[in-house]
Structures are given as structure tokens and as C-alpha cells.
Design a protein around this ligand. Structure first.
Ligand SMILES: *[C@@H]1O[C@H](CO)[C@@H](O)[C@H](O)[C@H]1NC(C)=O
Ligand SMILES: *[C@@H]1O[C@H](CO)[C@@H](O)[C@H](O)[C@H]1NC(C)=O
Ligand SMILES: *[C@@H]1O[C@H](CO)[C@@H](O)[C@H](O)[C@H]1NC(C)=O
Ligand SMILES: *[C@@H]1O[C@H](CO)[C@@H](O)[C@H](O)[C@H]1NC(C)=O
Ligand SMILES: *[C@@H]1O[C@H](CO)[C@@H](O)[C@H](O)[C@H]1NC(C)=O
Length: 361
């Protein structure tokens, strides 16, 4: 009798417990099993880094193994401080799955485990961008909206899903395999390492915007700007600076540059909302406008490359210089509603539906 009810209970258990779910592997086991054993070696080369990942990482962005000729040589040595910082930037405390990240419009800021002395009170971040493919000049995009069927925590990630994540120098890493469970959270396999953030001037030059870097040097403001904590820079492209030359003819190089810098706030693109106002170091007021299709404007200048993460903040490339004479307001909206506003609208509708359900429960 007793044994029968035990058997029944066991049978019931075997039906209710999802059969495919086992205790997740350790971080290192999961990395090795998913073609990220070079990254596993990398973090294991430094006991402090390893301990940080084991104790704090909810999400690990693990770069996929490279052919052995391109692999780092880690034999018998610990990580340099720069390498340790690089390793730490591949982890984040918060656990987020691909599904959540890919539905967050226009993207999400991910604070990493890499401490940043120049961004007050925050660690260095990387930024997910989920806007439509043609809203900036960057290449790889989030594709494959249809995710595999949900099956508890054991769902197979969609192999076609890509999530693009911006880091230093505006470099993009793509998630190529997602939601791999380990004991502390989830691993997303990326196609490359995040790029360590650099100073404003080298970041501007590396992204091709040499005119702004040259103006900063000419105005003797480079080192002041690069040591100021927590800045947002609207970085006019070379073409923008050339085209604005007449309008800015009477303005000193220093004023022109600092007129594009907002101090005291790191506004990664997802932190900018339609109607936000920001004040530049020269006291000019900037108004953010978000247009259908994920297009962002500051006054009349459009952001053409977003989220170049800097050592001390973030830069966004814009297509016009910001002076009252050149940029009053963005161009008027021309018919047709864009993908972003539709998705945003849908997100709000879903949110309302979910809250309604919660209220009922
Ligand atoms: C690891 O890489 C090999 C070769 O590219 C591939 O065949 C295999 O499916 C990969 N394994 C995993 C778990 O992604
Ligand atoms: C920032 O990084 C440090 C380790 O470098 C970590 O201990 C801390 O939890 C991180 N903070 C956040 C908010 O992620
Ligand atoms: C992006 O592509 C969509 C669809 O092809 C188009 O309707 C929209 O105007 C494009 N946006 C930009 C900024 O080119
Ligand atoms: C450049 O700026 C620094 C302060 O940031 C100042 O000490 C130095 O004298 C300036 N040099 C010139 C040539 O103006
Ligand atoms: C600047 O002004 C000069 C003379 O007025 C004119 O020839 C030139 O085309 C203007 N350049 C731009 C970029 O507007």
C-alpha cells in the first residue's frame, strides 16, 4: 500500500518535473561544452577574475573559440591588468535571456563587472541596440524575431538569433548562441570580445571622425574632456564639421567642441527619450527627438552611429554641428509609421495586458 503510493508519487513527480532539465553545469563546464574553452582558460588564468565570475556573474558574454593560430597565448602566466579588465567586461551581474533583451526597445544598457574610475558610481557598460537595421550606419543587426517555443528553462536557443552589442570604439559584438544555463545564470556566446573603451580623442579617430578630434586638440580641451567624469559627447562627423564651417566661423575651437559635450550624465542611446533636454558645457539646450524607425535627433542633428562607449562616458556620431544657427529642429515627419514606434506601441499594449492580468490574479 505504502510502496504503491510512493510509486504513484514518484510517477507523478517524473511527469511534473521537466525531464530535460538537469542541474546546470558549472560555468567552466558550460563554456568548454559550447566552444568557449579559450575564454574559460582566459578567466581561469586569474584567480580574482575567476572568483568574480563564479560569485557575481548572472550573464556571461563568452567569445567563441578562435582557430588556434589566433588564440591568445596564456601559457603559464597570469592576466595583465588590462586583460583582467577585458575579461571582467564579458560578465554582468544581472541575468538576462536573449528573449528579454531582444524585445527591449530601443535596446538596453548592460553594466559589466569591469569597474570604471571615470564613470561615477557605475561600472563600464556595453549597450544592446535593437533598432531596425537601417536606422544607423552600423552593420550587423538583430534578426530572427521568432524564438524557439518556450519550454521552461530548457528551451533551445534559435540558431538564427543575433543580438548586437556595442562597446568601446563603437565596435559591435554579436550574440551567436544564447541562453546556455550554468549554475550562476546564463551564457551568451559572442562572435568576439567586447572592445575596451578608450579616451574620447582616440575613439573619435578610430571611428573616422578626425575633424572633431583635431578641433579638440586645437582648442586645448582634449585632456580636460578626457578626465572629466561621466560625459555624453555628440560627435559631429567630418562632413558635418565641413558643412557647418560657415555657421561656426566665429566660434573658437574650444567652444565648438564643448558645445557638443554634456557633463554629468552618461546617456547611452536607450537612456535618451523623446523630449529629453540636455545642457552642453557651453550652456546650450539640446532637445532629443525620437522619430519612427528608431531615428534619434538632438536638435536638428541625427545620430548616425550610437553608443561608442568611452572610458568616461559615451559618444554618438551626429550628421550636423550643434549651433543655434545650424540646427533648430529635426525635419518634419514624412508619412508612414516606422518599425520602432510600432514595436514600442506593441510593448506598451503587452505591458497593459500583463498588468491587467496581474490585477485580476
Ligand atoms: C563547436 O564548433 C564546431 C565546429 O565549428 C561545431 O561543429 C559544433 O557544433 C560547435 N559546438 C557547439 C556546442 O556549438
Ligand atoms: C562592478 O564590478 C565589480 C568588480 O569589478 C563587482 O564586484 C560589482 O558587483 C560590479 N557592480 C555592478 C553593479 O555590477
Ligand atoms: C528603413 O527601411 C524601411 C523598410 O524598408 C523603410 O520604410 C524606412 O523608410 C527605412 N528607414 C530609413 C531611415 O532609411
Ligand atoms: C591647455 O590647457 C591646460 C589646462 O587644461 C593649461 O594648463 C595649458 O596652459 C593650456 N595650454 C595652452 C597652450 O593654452
Ligand atoms: C561658405 O561661404 C562661402 C562664401 O560665402 C561659400 O562660397 C561657401 O559655399 C560656403 N560653404 C558652405 C559649406 O556653406
Amino acid at each position: 500500500m505504502l510502496s504503491q503510493s510512493w510509486a504513484a508519487a514518484l510517477l507523478l513527480l517524473s511527469f511534473t518535473a521537466p525531464a530535460a532539465c538537469q542541474t546546470p553545469p558549472s560555468l567552466i563546464e558550460a563554456l568548454v561544452a559550447n566552444n568557449a574553452s579559450q575564454f574559460a582558460d582566459f578567466i581561469q588564468a586569474d584567480p580574482e577574475v575567476l572568483q568574480l565570475f563564479l560569485s557575481s556573474a548572472g550573464t556571461v558574454y563568452a567569445p567563441v573559440d578562435k582557430p588556434s593560430t589566433q588564440a591568445r597565448s596564456l601559457a603559464e602566466r597570469a592576466l595583465s591588468p588590462a586583460e583582467a579588465a577585458e575579461a571582467k567586461s564579458q560578465g554582468s551581474k544581472v541575468q538576462t535571456k536573449l528573449n528579454e533583451d531582444s524585445q527591449t526597445q530601443p535596446g538596453a544598457v548592460k553594466q559589466t563587472l569591469n569597474k570604471s574610475p571615470l564613470v561615477d558610481g557605475r561600472n563600464q557598460s556595453v549597450v544592446v541596440d535593437t533598432r531596425p537595421a537601417n536606422s544607423t550606419t552600423q552593420t550587423k543587426r538583430w534578426v530572427g524575431r521568432s524564438l524557439a517555443p518556450r519550454d521552461g528553462d530548457c528551451d533551445e536557443p534559435n540558431p538564427n538569433s543575433l543580438l548586437r552589442i556595442a562597446s568601446g570604439l563603437g565596435k559591435i559584438a554579436n550574440v551567436i548562441k544564447a541562453d546556455i544555463a550554468f549554475q550562476g545564470g546564463v551564457i551568451h556566446i559572442t562572435d568576439k570580445y567586447f572592445t575596451p573603451p578608450q579616451a574620447l580623442s582616440s575613439s573619435a579617430r578610430a571611428t573616422g571622425q578626425t575633424a572633431f578630434a583635431n578641433l579638440a586638440a586645437a582648442g586645448n580641451v582634449t585632456s580636460t574632456l578626457e578626465t572629466t567624469h561621466s560625459i555624453t559627447v555628440f560627435l559631429p562627423s567630418n562632413n558635418a564639421i565641413a558643412a557647418g564651417a560657415n555657421a561656426t566661423a566665429g566660434v573658437s575651437a574650444a567652444a565648438l567642441v564643448t558645445g557638443h559635450v554634456v557633463a554629468g550624465r552618461v546617456a547611452y542611446l536607450p537612456d535618451l527619450a523623446d523630449g529629453d533636454t540636455l545642457t552642453t558645457q557651453t550652456g546650450e539646450k539640446l532637445t532629443v527627438t525620437v522619430r519612427p524607425g528608431g531615428l534619434y535627433y538632438v536638435n536638428g542633428a541625427r545620430i548616425t552611429q550610437a553608443n561608442i562607449v568611452l572610458e568616461n562616458g559615451v559618444a554618438h556620431v551626429i550628421d550636423k554641428v550643434l549651433t543655434p544657427a545650424t540646427t533648430a529642429a529635426p525635419p518634419p515627419v514624412t508619412g508612414g509609421s516606422g518599425a520602432l514606434s510600432q514595436t514600442l506601441g506593441l510593448g506598451v499594449a503587452v505591458g497593459v495586458a500583463v498588468s491587467a492580468l496581474l490585477a485580476l490574479a
